[in-house]
Design a binder for this molecule. Sequence first.
Ligand code: ADP
Length: 490
Amino acid sequence: MNKLLRYINPITHLGEGQYSIAFPLIANLLLCIISEAYAYGVARDPMVVGVYIIFLNVFFILYFSFRDGLRGGFIASAISILYYFYIIYTRHYTGGQLTSAVQTTIILALLYSLIAYIIGWLKQRIDHLIEHEADEKIRLQTILQQLPVGVVITDNKGRVTQANKQLGRIFGVKVPIGYTVSKDKSLVQSLGLNAGPDASRSTIYQVLKTGKPISGKEYSIQRKDGKTAQIQVNASAIKDKKQRVIAAASIINDISAQKELERQKDDFLSMASHELKTPITSLKMFVELQGMQLKEKNPQKAKYFNDRISDQVGKLKELASDLLDVSRIQTGKLRFTMEKFDITEVIQDTVEGLQVVSKKHKLIFQNGKTITVQGDKYRIYQVLVNLITNAVKYSPNGKQIILRVKPGKREVVISIRDFGIGIDKDQQKKIFDKLYQVGGSEEKTFPGLGLGLYISKEIVGRHKGRIWLDSKKGKGSTFYFSLPIYTGKE
Ligand code: ADP
């Protein structure tokens, strides 16, 4: 029944843009048949038809042009006029009666067409406008949903009319449509989330009240999943042509990552200045001590301090080149000079060089056969130095560092094993990140900037190799890296 009523009710079809042919055709034909049946069967006077049928036809034309547009109206008009001619023909009008009946029918035909045209056109225009508005709404909805920021739109009473998915993601809870923003609480607080003191007043309400935009309001929120997010809110009023506030739109940006980056930058600056200060202070001290020894004509001791000065200058140089490399990686300017070389020989040279300065540890490497790789010899040397100095640095009680080189079918794997402090499983992936240092109390005693492994990973990656590790806290670590073996084919 409901379905039938919906089908008949022209209002329910507004905006659908679908116009039936069968329904107006069948309904109007039925009207003619019933009218004929009434005239011949019930009234038993074929002449009674003309009076009431005009009203019914006008009603049908109005109804069908409003339900089925121009098409519906014209079908109703055409059937009505054809019926009138049928009546003229079957009732055998003659003389003046026939002329006036034909004239009336022609006038009615014009009138009906006019009604059908005006109402039908209006109906189709309304449908078009509704469809257009719906399209606009869908378009706006799609744009809103695709935006990388959270958006909430309220009416002038603070009732939420639109809220996109991203907003739900930032807050960790869905903002329901129809939800009314509280006057003296921020939206996040009204949703039951903990927020910083800056969030205590509703931005949306302020904007609705004053009509003035609010930008860059920042505060932190505690989400229900326990995570904290830093958000930035920008809100503005939407006004009509007469400058009356009709709605408010608020844009919420998750700036947690940006804030974290700022914090990391600050940390990095303070760490870098600390790392620079240590060798500079030592340098100053050794230069003074050397000066004193020279004055006292004690060349042996002066030479000792000279070596320390050289150590500290080396450290400074290393720091500066690490910082430069990081900036080169980030700007894509880390250049490589490719050549063919024997990796075994490079490891041997590096081990010999570092053994001189690492007196506490024995660097063990059994020189094997020649393995040719293609790459930047200096950069690979840099990776080896990084990994060996780390092995030395993080094994203060260890005595040995064992290096191995294992050629496979396509790649050669180089390993550096220490017996030092080791690394927890959950930290192992992160240590290759820029500026990452294991934050334990034991690790904090070691100097460093957390750049060596990041640079090494980039260098190995650019050689189409891999870098990884195997480590157990308290037992030591083995770092591995692979390089493709040179096969003669580029
Ligand atoms: P840095 O040594 O300057 O801090 P790296 O990028 O070389 O920076 O290393 C990152 C972190 O990884 C170090 O801070 C340290 O916590 C950990 N790490 C690196 N190598 C070892 C190792 N051989 N043993 C234990 N921990 C290590």
